[in-house]
Design a protein. Structure first.
Length: 484
């Protein structure tokens, strides 16, 4: 999808310009066609190529109720930006609220004082998303639950996810990490990985060796894995920049699209990953493949993924040009690395060094990431639509392997082998995932909920088959599955 947003009149803040960025996010939303009371027709807001229709420019909707967090923005432990993004770029805040507050009972009590009556929201103006019959002229996803206007609900204390969250909170307290932060071992390994990548990069530039290109790609993959971990933890935002932006990703883009979009609406049309590799690798289980997509491209996925980092960089650049992303000076790091290599070794040799490094990273990292959400059970749209709560929808959209591998051993899989655990507890550091997986397996057994964790080779084969053959052809995907 592609499109432009209205109201982009302010300059784009750079990294570190936090207050300017927060003001821009608050103002930089698609307005309705009138500012009076009642309902107005909304214009789309874009997030990584996906159109959303936020219902209010002032209030947050959680569990069918409305809240005014304006006075709470600077007090929010995760910072004001994530709150503003949740309200101004998406249509509902319930899933992000539930998944980012494992100690949900305490937090639900805290937000009660910010609740406002629906009459006040209507008086300010509620913006309506377009009707299904407008799909030809208005961009965006439609499904029967969105058409009905039914509000996403908060889970009760007996729900699977509620029980699981409280058990995980008790465990984290018992091991001395009540906030779910990283262990000392994890922090040490990050710095080892960072300096290993930096040393490999310098050696590649100095020696012009393709062996060091391969090593740079491997260490960049580990660094990207740490960035995937840090981007969820507000205390380690700088480490996220060091991890992701250094190797060609955008921390600012990931902060929005990964936390608030991919994690919340996994394997749905609102997930920016849903069509992220199309038309080369089709991951949407509801659409037919042409003969090339069915019989050729799935088996060429390693070759395609060699260009994964470049595709990600170019896509982010296009969104930047259209005004849908914030510019950061770290965006220049990837072309700077290429320029330095070409300056020292010439065009072909310099570009070759960079291409080999980025190809190794692309194949390694993106193969693991695609395995996470394209195993056979992840393609069962009916099962996902029928999920009893949001956590079950995540279980039906994510795949794990390497069950109960210790932290260091899981590094071979970039720690993505505990991806279901990561989706259920996004704020919790991946150094705790193995222990949490044991809690998850026990809770699933008690609730008679299926938890799929298989062999990595088997899941890889299922992924390739999913690229080739749609399992849920012509079915409608419900973005709010598990929340109604």
């Amino acid at each position: 999808m592609a499109g432009d947003r209205s109201g982009l009149t302010q300059r784009r803040p750079s990294v570190g310009d936090g207050e300017a960025k927060d003001r821009l996010i608050a103002a930089d939303v698609a307005g309705g066609r009138s500012s009076g009371s009642g309902t107005t027709e909304a214009l789309p807001v874009w997030s990584s190529g996906v159109a959303f229709y936020p219902p209010s420019t002032k209030f947050w909707r959680i569990g069918g109720k409305w809240y005014d967090f304006q006075d709470f923005l600077k007090k929010h432990p995760g910072g004001p930006t994530v709150l503003l993004l949740a309200r101004d770029r998406f249509e509902d805040c319930t899933f992000v609220f539930e998944s980012h507050h494992p100690n949900y009972k305490k937090v639900r009590v805290m937000i009660k004082k910010y609740e406002v009556a629906e009459e006040a929201v209507v008086a300010h103006g509620i913006r309506e998303r377009p009707k299904r019959q407008e799909a030809g002229t208005r961009p965006g996803h439609h499904d029967k639950t969105l058409d009905s206007g039914e509000a996403v609900r908060l889970l009760d204390d007996t729900a699977f996810y509620s029980v699981l969250r409280l058990r995980v909170i008790d465990h984290l307290r018992a091991v001395g990490h009540p906030d779910g932060g990283p262990t000392l071992e994890c922090k040490a390994l990050f710095w080892v990985s960072f300096f290993a990548w930096l040393a490999s990069l310098v050696a590649m530039w100095h020696l012009g060796s393709f062996a060091f290109s391969i090593l740079t790609g491997l260490t960049a993959s580990w660094l990207g894995a740490f960035g995937h971990n840090w981007i969820h933890q507000p205390k380690y935002k700088l480490w996220a920049y060091m991890s992701l932006d250094s190797v060609g990703f955008s921390s600012d883009g990931w902060f929005r699209e990964h936390l608030l979009q991919h994690h919340m609406y996994t394997n749905t049309p609102w997930d920016n990953h849903f069509k992220g590799t199309a038309p080369f690798l089709v991951t949407d289980p509801t659409v037919e493949r042409n003969s090339v997509q069915r019989w050729i491209l799935p088996y060429l996925n390693p070759l395609i993924l060699c260009f994964g980092l470049y595709a990600n960089y170019v896509a982010h650049t296009f969104e930047l040009v259209k005004g849908n992303e914030c510019f950061a000076p770290t965006k220049l790091l990837m072309p700077l690395q290429l320029g330095l290599l070409i300056n020292r070794w010439g065009l072909l040799h310099g570009f070759g060094l960079q291409f080999v490094a980025n190809s190794v990273m692309g194949v390694y990292y993106f193969t693991m990431a695609l395995m996470n959400h394209n195993a056979e059970h992840c393609m069962d749209t009916s099962a996902r639509n029928d999920s009893s709560d949001w956590a079950v929808a995540q279980l039906n959209s994510s795949a794990d392997w390497g069950v109960q591998l210790p932290f260091l051993s899981a590094g071979r899989y970039l720690w993505l082998n505990y991806h279901t655990v990561h989706h259920l507890f996004p704020l919790t550091d991946f150094s705790h995932h193995s222990a949490i997986q044991a809690i998850l397996m026990k809770t699933c057994q008690e609730f008679e909920i299926n938890y799929s964790a298989g062999n990595p080779l088997t899941i890889y084969k299922e992924m390739v088959r999913s690229f080739s053959s749609p399992r849920s052809l012509m079915q409608e995907v419900l973005v709010y599955a598990g929340g109604l």
